[in-house]
Design a protein around this ligand. Structure first.
Ligand SMILES: *[C@@H]1O[C@H](CO)[C@@H](O)[C@H](O)[C@H]1NC(C)=O
Ligand SMILES: *[C@@H]1O[C@H](CO)[C@@H](O)[C@H](O)[C@H]1NC(C)=O
Length: 464
C-alpha cells in the first residue's frame, strides 16, 4: 500500500471513530449472521463476510466474528490465526478449538469453554486461497509468502475497522498456533511500525501456542520427544540426532532432494513411531479429525510403508461448512473452488519460509513493551514444549530479562494445568498439561484459564 493510501485510510478511520456512535452498526449490518443452521439459541451476535484487500477487489479475506457472550463492549478484541500455512482459522480455530460452537451431525452444540466468554473473537481465513478467502486471479495463489500474508493481514484489519468502528480503540490481542508462530509476530511487528505514524492498533499482547519460531530448535526437539516418550528406540534416537536430524530432513524435503541417509533414518523413525499414533498428541488415538492436522509444512509426511488405511471416515466441520445453507448464513462464497477445505488445495505457499526465524521478532515485540505468551500443549511431538521453552529462555537471557515467576505449576480448578515461568513483566512461557498441538481442542477448560490470565496480564493461578 502506498503512503498516500495509508494516510487516506488513517484519515478515514479518524472520521469514522468520531462518527462511530452514529455509524457503528451500519457498515457491519450486512455481515450480521441471523442464525447458523442447527445453532442453539444464544445471547451474543455473530458476523461474517469478506474484506477486500486490494483496490481492484480481486482478493478478499473471509472472517467470522463471535462477539463476547456478555458485555461485548467492555471486552477486548482477539484475533485468532491457525497455521499450516494454508489451514483455516474458521474450520480449525472457531469450529474445533475455541469458538462458541462445534458441529455435531446436522446441528451445532455449544462449546462450554468458548473463548468468547472472555473476548470478542475474530477468526480470519488467511492468506487468500484458504477456506472461503479467495482471489479472482489464480495467479494470486502463487508464491504467497510470510511477507505477503503479514501485509494482507494488516490491510484486512485496517479495513475491517472501517466496517466495525466500534472496535477501533478496543484492546487488541493477536493469538494463534503452529505456523501462526510466524503469522502472529510478523503481523504484530507491522502494526507497531504502522502505529509509529498513525496510532491505530491498540495492541495489548500476543499469545502463540506450539508455535514455529525457530526452525532448527523447534524441529530438532522432536527426536528427544519421541525417544523420551518411548516412540523410538535408543539406536534410532542416535541416528535421528547424528546421521540425519529432523531439520535436515525437512530442509531436504522442501528442496525436493532427500538424501539416502535421511530417507533411511526417517523410514526407521516412521516404522517405530507408527502411523497409528497421533503426532499432534502422542497419547491420543489416531482418529483425530483431519481439521486438526495443520500439517502442510510443520509435519510433512514421508512416504509411507505398508497400509494406507484412513481411519478418519467423518469430518463434521468439513461436512458442515460445505452445506449450502451454512454458506448462505455465513455470507460465504466459493470462488474458483468447489469445496471448502480445512487446508487449502490451491494455495502455493513459499514453504521455505518455515526456515525464517521469528523468535527475533518476538524479541522486538517484548522490547516494544508488548506482552508475549508462548504456550505449549505438552503431548505434542510436532512442535514440542522443549524447543519452545529453550527458545523463550534463550530470548529472555538475550534481552536481559530476569525471572519474575520461577518455574512452577499452575492450576485449573483443583488440578495442575501445567507449568509456567515468567521473565520480566512481558515474556511468559506455559505448558498445558495433557494438551495436544491444538490446546483449546484437547484441554478446553485449562485453555480458557490460560486465556483469561493472559488477557488480564496476570500470571497463571498459583493455587486453587
Ligand atoms: C483510546 O483508548 C485509550 C486508552 O486505551 C485512551 O487514552 C484514548 O483516549 C482512547 N481514544 C479514543 C479516540 O477513544
Ligand atoms: C542438524 O543437522 C544439520 C545438518 O547436518 C546440522 O548443521 C545441525 O547442527 C544439526 N542440528 C542438531 C541440533 O543436531
Amino acid at each position: 500500500m502506498s503512503r498516500l493510501q495509508c494516510l487516506t485510510m488513517a484519515t478515514a478511520l479518524i472520521l469514522l471513530q468520531a462518527l462511530s456512535s452514529v455509524s457503528s452498526t451500519i457498515l457491519s449490518r450486512a455481515d450480521r449472521i441471523t442464525r447458523l443452521p442447527g445453532q442453539p439459541r444464544v445471547g451474543f451476535q455473530q458476523y461474517s463476510g469478506y474484506v477486500t484487500i486490494d483496490d481492484k477487489k480481486q482478493r478478499a479475506l473471509f472472517y467470522y466474528l463471535a462477539e463476547a457472550e456478555t458485555k461485548p463492549i467492555s471486552k477486548p478484541l482477539v484475533l485468532w490465526l491457525n497455521g499450516g500455512p494454508g489451514c483455516s482459522s474458521l474450520g480449525v480455530g472457531a469450529f474445533s478449538e475455541n469458538g462458541p460452537f462445534r458441529p455435531k451431525g446436522s446441528v451445532l452444540v455449544r462449546n462450554l469453554h468458548s473463548w468468547n466468554q472472555e473476548a470478542n473473537m475474530l477468526y480470519l481465513e488467511t492468506p487468500v486461497g484458504v477456506g472461503f478467502s479467495y482471489a479472482t486471479e489464480s495467479s494470486s495463489y502463487e508464491g504467497v509468502n510470510d511477507k505477503i500474508t503479514a501485509k494482507d493481514n494488516l490491510v484486512f484489519l485496517q479495513k475491517w475497522f472501517l466496517k466495525f468502528p466500534q472496535y477501533l480503540n478496543r484492546s487488541l490481542f493477536i493469538t494463534g498456533e503452529s505456523y501462526a508462530g510466524h503469522y502472529v509476530p510478523q503481523l504484530a511487528q507491522l502494526m507497531i511500525q504502522y502505529n509509529k505514524k498513525h496510532n491505530l492498533f491498540n495492541l495489548k499482547g500476543i499469545a502463540i501456542g506450539n508455535p514455529v519460531m525457530e526452525f532448527a530448535t523447534d524441529f530438532n526437539s522432536r527426536a528427544e520427544y519421541f525417544w523420551s516418550h518411548g516412540l523410538i528406540s535408543d539406536p534410532t534416537y542416535k541416528m535421528f540426532t547424528s546421521y540425519c536430524n529432523y531439520s535436515r530432513y525437512v530442509s531436504e524435503y522442501y528442496r525436493g532432494s532427500v538424501s539416502s541417509m535421511c530417507t533411511k533414518v526417517m523410514s526407521q523413525v516412521s516404522i517405530e513411531t507408527s502411523r497409528f499414533v497421533n503426532k499432534y498428541d502422542v497419547t491420543l488415538d489416531v482418529c483425530i479429525p483431519s481439521v486438526l492436522s495443520q500439517s502442510k509444512v510443520v509435519n510433512p509426511q514421508p512416504q509411507q510403508v505398508g497400509e494406507t488405511v484412513d481411519v478418519c471416515v467423518e469430518d463434521e466441520t468439513v461436512n458442515y461448512l460445505n452445506r449450502r445453507d451454512v454458506q448462505k448464513a455465513l455470507h460465504a462464497r466459493l470462488v474458483g473452488t468447489r469445496k471448502w477445505a480445512v487446508c487449502s488445495n490451491v494455495l502455493d505457499y513459499e514453504v521455505l519460509d518455515v526456515e525464517v526465524p521469528t523468535i527475533n521478532i518476538v524479541g522486538s515485540l517484548v522490547k516494544a513493551g508488548v506482552p508475549v505468551l508462548v504456550y505449549s500443549g505438552d503431548q505434542d511431538s510436532v512442535i514440542p514444549l522443549t524447543g519452545s521453552r529453550t527458545l523463550v529462555k534463550r530470548l529472555a537471557e538475550e534481552l536481559g530479562l530476569r525471572t519474575t515467576v520461577p518455574y512452577r505449576v499452575w492450576f485449573a480448578g483443583q488440578q495442575v494445568g501445567g507449568w509456567t515461568q515468567v521473565y520480566g513483566n512481558t515474556l511468559a512461557f506455559a505448558t498445558v498439561r495433557g494438551a495436544a498441538h491444538e490446546v483449546p481442542f484437547s484441554q478446553p477448560a485449562r485453555a480458557l484459564v490460560l486465556f483469561k490470565a493472559f488477557l488480564g496480564g496476570r500470571p497463571l493461578p498459583e493455587d486453587f
